[in-house]
Write a protein that binds this ligand. Structure first.
Ligand SMILES: [Cu+2]
Length: 216
């Protein structure tokens, strides 16, 4: 299923891709490091990245290609929080809150040693502020304090991935469960320094239940 087909599919059946993470790729661990400076920089250093690349993000159930480079890079990640009304079931629409327009949000893929510069834009027609807390970041709230972003604004922060693992990310704007329940969560994979064992195909899935009043 290509991304266009999938986008159409997820638009029609977004509930299939909702919630609790059922990633197929790796174990969940905690790690990495980040320090914080408002509107700016988090810096730790293992090595100076040799290149700057833009992260390839993939909407579920797709994942970006495995990382083949064996040196760290500076990785630019562009995310946008979008509030959008979409079908929940036949004849029933729901006001989803999303990262990049999908629920869950896009799958991110980096490697140990990468320095990630994450930009978070909140769409102009949003009604609420949003943010991001990546559990791959060890630091104050995983970036959430730096990325409380009002509609039409953009925030950014930088962190270094130190520990491999598959981590959840989510919006951390109060009330956090409200934002997560409306769809603001996803996965980031930090590959080990020498990559993962080859597999035939990678994908990720999730499941979730949403209960809404009749007639809504
Ligand atoms: Cu939010």
């Amino acid at each position: 299923m290509n991304s266009t087909t999938f986008s159409s599919h997820i638009s029609r059946y977004p509930w299939r891709w909702l919630a609790t993470m059922g990633g197929v790729i790796a174990a969940l661990t905690c790690g990495s490091i980040a320090t914080v400076e408002a509107q700016g920089t988090i810096e730790t250093s293992l090595a100076v990245p040799a290149s700057v690349i833009t992260a390839e993000l993939a909407p579920p159930p797709n994942v970006p290609p495995t990382i083949t480079r064996r040196t760290p890079a500076k990785v630019i990640v562009e995310l946008e929080t979008i509030e959008k009304r979409a079908p929940l079931a036949d004849g029933v629409d729901y006001e989803f809150w999303t990262f990049n327009g999908t629920v869950p949000g896009p799958f991110m893929r980096v490697r140990v040693g990468d320095t990630i510069e994450l930009h978070l834009k909140n769409a102009p027609d949003s009604k609420f502020p949003h943010s991001i807390d990546l559990h791959a970041v060890t630091g104050p709230h995983g970036g959430a304090m730096l990325t409380q972003t009002a509609p039409s604004q953009t925030t950014a922060f930088q962190w270094k991935a130190l520990n491999p693992g598959l981590y959840v990310y989510h919006c951390a704007t109060p009330l956090v469960p409200h934002h997560v329940a409306n769809g603001m969560y996803g996965l980031i994979l930090v590959e080990p320094e020498y990559g993962l064992a080859p597999v035939d195909r990678e994908f990720f899935t999730s499941c979730k239940e949403i209960f809404i009043p009749r007639g809504r």
